[in-house]
Every structure is written in structure tokens, then in C-alpha cells.
Design a protein around this ligand. Structure first.
Ligand code: MN
Length: 246
């Protein structure tokens, strides 16, 4: 039987490049594809397409990974873009929003990473800080770390009752590369982890055990620290695939 397929929604190269064949290229981070492969998932990269609806792709994969990237467009959560927001790209946002809804209705697992966790929260009715250090003076930790990307810099405490606790334990140091963060948590999600300044660093669905998100970048940390997270996700993908094929 084939391995479960994990679709990684593609980032789009917006820079105006000379090589024509790279214009608006669809791509995904190599360390993430490798981490999924190590966990036994077959990764594919899934770009938006102007002639297809997000739900048209639903049968091409078993689990969805929403990777990092640009800031989610604030209109997704009913806000105007503030002066301090970074670059946004609506087409990718709407594609991911459609995929999230399709996965929920079809019972497919979702893992959101950094921006992926944020857009999950926004699509499910939450809101975001567009630039959290400018909007929330209580956040004093360096969440856009200057240390190398594989180095864990700030601590997160993990909620004892969460499914994440079974995978990663009471807490650990993680890396941190975000200007945005969860402001209001979606009513469909609960917090699984937070940093010492009170920022939400992990979420999971209250009702649906297939949905979770993390604010850090597990794919950039050492494999022995973060492979359990990807393996737990792969197990969900295998279970759901077996349930569907039966
Ligand atoms: Mn952080």
C-alpha cells in the first residue's frame, strides 16, 4: 500500500526575477519536505490555481500541511491592514482557507506551522496581531530571533490536558520567527502551548483531534527534538487513510 500523501501548500515567488520560468514559481521549504519524508509521509507541493477551486484538490492528498510564509491578509479576520503589517498575498490565503474547510468536512488531518497556525486560527474565526510587538507592549520576548534558525531560543510551556503534551511533554525551548501572533483564539481551537510573555505558541481543535498548529518552526530544529511531532501527524494521516479506504 502506498504511503500517505502530505500536501504542503506552496509559497509563491513574488520577486520580479529575470529567468522567465521562475516567475510566480510555486515552492515549499526543503527542510519541511525532508521532515515529512522522515516521518513516512510522501510530500507533494500544492500551489493555488486560478482555474481550480481549492476543494477540487481534496482527493489528491491524505493530510494537509500549512507551512510558514507571508502574513495572512487581514480581511480574512475582518480587519484592515495596519501600517505595520508585512507583505500579504491574497490568492494563497484564499486557497488555504478553502483547503482548510475542505479538510475539515472530509476528515483529513491539518498541521499548521507558524503562518499556517495563524491562518488556521483566522479561517476558524480568530484574529491576529499584525505586528505583535508594535500592537502589544506586554510581549517582551524576542519572537523574531536573531540566533540561527535551528537553535531553540525561547521556552514554551505545554498545557497538561493537550494532545501536544502526549507528544512533547511539559515544555521545551523552541525557535521563533514571527512578527504576527494569535490575538483572539478561534472558538473552535484551544491553546496547547504559550511563551512566558503569554503568547499562544500552539493550538489544537477542541472537537476534531486531526487539527493542530504550532507557532515555531519544527522543521528547522534538530530532528531528534521535533521528529515526534511529525510522526504523530503521520500516524493521524495513516489512520484516516485506512478509515477512508475501508
Ligand atoms: Mn515565539
Amino acid at each position: 500500500m502506498r504511503k500517505p500523501i502530505a500536501a504542503v501548500t506552496a509559497d509563491i515567488l513574488l520577486a520580479d526575477l529575470k529567468p522567465m520560468n521562475q516567475k510566480m514559481a510555486a515552492y515549499a521549504p526543503r527542510p519541511l519536505l525532508d521532515a515529512l519524508g522522515r516521518a513516512g509521509l510522501m510530500p507533494i507541493v500544492l500551489p493555488y490555481n486560478d482555474y481550480m477551486k481549492p476543494e477540487d484538490f481534496i482527493n489528491t492528498f491524505d493530510a494537509l500541511v500549512l507551512p510558514g510564509g507571508l502574513n495572512p491578509t487581514p480581511r480574512l479576520y475582518g480587519e484592515e491592514p495596519l501600517w505595520c503589517i508585512g507583505p500579504t498575498f491574497l490568492k494563497r490565503d484564499l486557497f488555504e482557507a478553502g483547503l482548510i474547510k475542505a479538510c475539515i468536512s472530509r476528515g483529513k488531518p491539518i498541521l499548521g506551522i507558524c503562518r499556517g497556525m495563524q491562518i488556521l486560527n483566522a479561517v476558524l474565526g480568530g484574529t491576529l496581531w499584525q505586528d505583535m510587538t508594535k500592537q502589544n507592549p506586554k510581549l517582551y520576548i524576542q519572537h523574531m530571533q536573531k540566533a540561527p534558525e535551528n537553535i531553540p531560543t525561547h521556552y514554551i510551556e505545554i498545557e497538561k490536558e493537550s494532545r501536544l503534551h502526549k507528544v512533547l511533554g511539559d515544555g521545551l525551548y523552541v525557535n521563533s520567527y514571527h512578527k504576527e501572533g494569535i490575538k483572539k483564539l478561534s472558538p473552535l481551537l484551544r491553546e496547547t502551548a504559550h511563551s512566558a510573555d503569554g503568547l499562544i505558541e500552539g493550538v489544537e481543535s477542541i472537537e476534531n483531534e486531526l487539527i493542530c498548529g504550532v507557532q515555531w518552526h519544527p522543521e528547522l530544529m534538530e530532528p531528534e527534538l521535533m521528529d515526534p511531532l511529525f510522526k504523530a501527524f503521520a500516524e493521524k494521516a495513516s489512520r484516516e487513510r485506512l478509515a477512508v479506504s475501508r
